[in-house]
Design a protein around this ligand. Structure first.
Ligand code: SAM
Length: 441
């Protein structure tokens, strides 16, 4: 989501005549878009900003801005640590950045010494509609589309509702128009973004024919010519009712992949987290999705060391983790976020216990991913070719199950769907060879 927000700001700045430079040492303006989900993310951003402040002594016209969640969370208090920052812009004000930069530069050019830092962290109605412009590669294959801002879930560990505000959805027509325009520019895969995408539009649109607004949106996007794949992140298990599970059976562009945040495998901890499902219900969803799509690949989010998590609770997480057989997972050590309910809970777990549990799950994940990837060796997978890999030696693409594959190909195949025979697998990556006869023309 931060990547998408940064892209939208960059697109607005380009439209005003600003230029993106490839190397941060070359820039006159540097904007740090920040995350607050865990304390580590904030500490990293603070360290980076502190380092950049020193540059102002060497380069007096250098402008430094802090955007996003940490700006929203800390506001003007950031100036206690970072007195030389020029701009602090919260999560509902990204689209105001170009205007603020114009003002800062005009003041400088007129020789007026810069006054106080510009700080804007106010709420703004309709701000969800402002994340819509793109900076596309020369041959774009994939793109993110923001469908919603904010969150109303109230998980006891999470700072997102505080820094992103209440849940607000964009109009369905605007999302469809943006996606169609992307497809016309060559984009083949769209990933819909929101804090809880499955809640999309629930206050703005009626359920029709037993289908939630989110499923209605998927249906409309599925009809767009040129789009080959449709992904979304992040959903909530609560959103996987019959209509969404059934949608996987009739909307092939959804692929064979679901990110399904679990957080904990213990019902006691799920209740303390205010997560409105049980481990049994979670497994029911996984089973239902595998019935509709036997090849389904799953990834998840897990928090270890939530306050009060005992060895028995963790054993349940470990057991469920192994049962689901994830291909990928984001495993987080619980991070105390001030202002959240869990921060004040008794039974905070020592760091070394969190670390130990983290390592156990990481090892399990490694074994699972390797086993799941190795099971693909010898199969032919439909791969969407995204472009050259980082070393420029081969091309890379992703399977319908969202596994990355490297293979030799031709530049002109970028953006096409091609069958690739998988020949070798590591934990994270597959290697294969194109099956030339099946390449999309
Ligand atoms: N849709 C997701 C869900 O169902 O909860 C929300 C995604 S959330 C923005 C990203 C992930 O960050 C969460 O799923 C959770 O695992 C992790 N997270 C949030 N707050 C955290 C905290 N205080 N400590 C550690 N991890 C946290």
């Amino acid at each position: 989501m931060n990547e998408r927000d940064s892209e939208a700001v960059a697109a607005l700045l380009r439209a005003r005549g600003y230029r993106l430079v490839p190397d941060e040492d070359e820039c006159d303006i540097l904007l740090l878009n920040t995350c607050s989900i865990r304390d580590l993310a904030e500490q990293k951003a603070l360290g980076k900003a502190g380092h950049l402040q020193a540059r102002k002594r060497r380069q007096p016209r250098f402008i430094l801005g802090i955007l996003g969640c940490m700006a929203q969370n800390r506001g003007a208090a950031l100036l206690d640590q970072l007195p030389d920052v020029d701009l602090i812009v919260g999560t509902q004000k990204f689209h105001q950045v170009p205007g603020y930069l114009d003002n800062l530069r005009a003041a400088r050019e007129a020789g007026v010494p810069l006054g106080a830092t510009i700080v804007d962290t106010a709420a703004e109605a309709g701000s969800q509609n402002e994340i819509r412009d793109h900076v596309l590669a020369e041959r774009p294959v994939t793109a993110f589309v923001s469908i919603q801002q904010g969150c109303n879930m109230d998980c006891t560990f999470c700072i997102v509702p505080k820094v992103r505000g209440d849940e607000r959805s964009r109009p369905m027509d605007a999302i469809v128009a943006e996606s169609r325009a992307l497809a016309e520019r060559g984009v083949r895969e769209i990933t819909l973004l929101g804090q809880i995408v499955t809640s999309y539009g629930r206050r703005d649109y009626a359920h029709t024919g037993g289908r939630t607004p989110f499923v209605q949106l998927l249906e409309r996007l599925h009809e767009i010519d040129g789009l080959a794949r449709l992904r979304f992140t992040s959903p909530h298990p609560r959103g996987f009712k019959h209509d969404l599970v059934e949608a996987y059976g009739r909307l092939p562009k959804l692929g064979d992949y679901v990110h399904l945040p679990l957080q904990s495998g213990s019902n006691r901890i799920l209740r303390a987290m205010n997560r409105p499902y049980t481990r049994e219900r979670y497994l029911e969803i996984v089973d239902a999705l595998r019935r509709v799509r036997p090849e389904m690949h799953f990834s998840t989010d897990i928090i270890v060391g939530f306050p009060g998590e005992t060895e028995e609770d963790f054993a349940q997480t470990r057991e469920l983790f192994a049962t689901v057989n994830y291909d990928m997972a984001y495993i987080f050590k619980y991070s105390v976020r001030s202002g959240t309910a869990a921060a004040a809970m008794a039974g905070q777990v020592p760091e070394e216990v969190k670390e130990e549990r983290n390592q156990i799950l990481l090892r399990l994940l490694e074994q699972n991913s390797r086993r799941r990837n190795q099971a693909l060796v010898g199969t032919v997978q439909e791969v969407l070719i995204e472009g050259p890999d980082r070393k420029g030696l081969r091309f890379l693409g992703r399977t319908r199950g969202n596994r990355t594959v490297h293979f030799a190909a031709d530049e002109k195949l970028i953006g096409t769907l091609a069958p690739v025979r998988i020949e070798r697998a590591t934990t994270a990556v597959l290697y294969g060879e194109l099956v030339p006869a099946g390449v999309e023309s």
